[in-house]
Design a protein around this ligand. Structure first.
Ligand code: AMP
Ligand code: TRP
Length: 341
């Protein structure tokens, strides 16, 4: 577990995280990861990345990708990622990610990659390719290229993060100390927001049924409809029990995160509220909570956002290049062009 500490700017720890520009961002992404991204800007040296190289590991349309990476960047700004305090950029514009990924791939065992459950899920759905198989190595490179100490993600990324930790340790012991071993930062509540239609599986961008999720930019009436159709159970009592009552418990989690009140207090207050009424309460809290994000998104200008992203990429390149010099040297390469033989 990672501790949030008061630190001097000079010895601030670095946090890094990424999000794919595939599909639309939903409240699971927001509650599990993005809210932490915003919070961590205060005490940490924060680096956030739209991981577009990861997005091409499944079949995609280049024209649609071009649009969705910009929309993802806009949404990150709209939720409160502040380019004045964080570094924000597109992964494809910082080539050191791919370079380090290649290097790390040479110390990654095929067995470790074969155990990745997300690879199996995605390969079953979209077909396999080498990039999809080595996706977790690129993710490790994303984190390690910035020597990040901590990574705010939802709990579906735990297995990938374990590989990143393992690769950091393996590199350090084989070539000498280089990388901090990154810690995972996952919220106590909201680490896994569940599908509204099947509360035993996580809310996902790639689910074919749009009724399973609420998007950050959904219209208020769409949000109300989604919660109205949320699957609960055949009882009548509102109680927090993720095992036996996953639908109701997921709604309590969401309500708690949008109101700032504890799950216990909300369960107590709503013990005998009718399910239909309770769902409407959750919907209103979400409509209200997302309203500033929708407003901020609409106010952002594409050109301006593109400029922010170019500036971010230039800064990230400089920074990553500085880190890569000693990595290259440790591997037996020249640290810089023009250096010794
Ligand atoms: P992705 O959409 O896969 O790029 O995920 C972006 C971030 O959102 C990652 O940190 C995920 O762990 C997190 N995330 C995705 N789905 C959920 C969910 N249903 N609940 C909580 N966090 C999630
Ligand atoms: N694999 C992550 C996801 O699907 C996205 C990601 C790529 C990421 N590189 C990363 C997250 C580095 C954290 C750190 O959500």
């Amino acid at each position: 577990m990672f501790f949030f500490e008061e630190t001097k700017v000079s010895d601030r720890k670095t946090v890094f995280s990424g999000i794919q520009p595939t599909g639309d961002i939903h409240i699971g992404n927001y509650l599990g990861a993005l809210r932490n991204w915003v919070k961590l800007q205060d005490g940490f040296d924060a680096i956030y990345c739209v991981v577009d190289l990861h997005a091409i590991t499944v079949p995609y349309d280049p024209v649609a990708l071009h649009r969705s990476r910009l929309d993802t960047a806009k949404l990150l700004l709209a939720v409160g990622v502040d380019p004045g305090r964080s570094l924000l950029y597109f992964q494809s514009q910082v080539p050191q990610h791919a370079e380090l990924s290649w290097m790390l791939s040479t110390i990654t065992s095929l067995g470790a990659l074969n155990r990745m459950t997300q690879f199996k899920e995605k390969a079953n759905k979209a077909g396999e390719n080498l990039g999809l198989f080595s996706y977790p190595v690129l993710m490790a490179a994303d984190i390690l290229v910035h020597k990040a100490h901590a990574v705010p993600v939802g709990d579906d990324q735990t297995q990938h993060l374990e590989l990143a930790r393992d690769l950091a340790e393996r590199f350090n012991s084989r070539f000498g100390d280089e990388f901090p071993v990154p810690e995972q930062i996952t919220p106590d509540v909201g680490a896994r927001i569940m599908s509204l239609k099947d509360p035993t599986s996580k809310m996902s961008k790639s689910d074919d049924d749009v009724n399973t999720r609420v998007l950050l930019l959904d219209e208020p009436d769409t949000i109300r409809r989604r919660f109205k159709g949320a699957v609960t159970d055949s009882e009548t009592e509102i109680r927090y029990d993720p095992e036996k009552k996953p639908g109701v418990s997921n709604l309590l989690d969401i309500l708690s995160l949008f109101t700032g009140r504890s799950v216990d207090a909300l369960a107590q207050d709503n013990r005998s509220t009718q399910y239909g009424h309770f769902k409407a309460t959750v919907a209103e809290a979400v409509v209200e909570g997302l309203s500033p994000i929708r407003t901020a998104f609409k106010a952002l200008d594409d050109e301006e956002v593109s400029r922010i992203m170019v500036k971010g990429a230039l800064d990230a390149r400089m920074r990553a290049e500085g880190e890569m010099a000693s990595v290259r040297k440790k591997l037996g390469f020249d640290a810089r062009l023009g250096s010794e033989g």
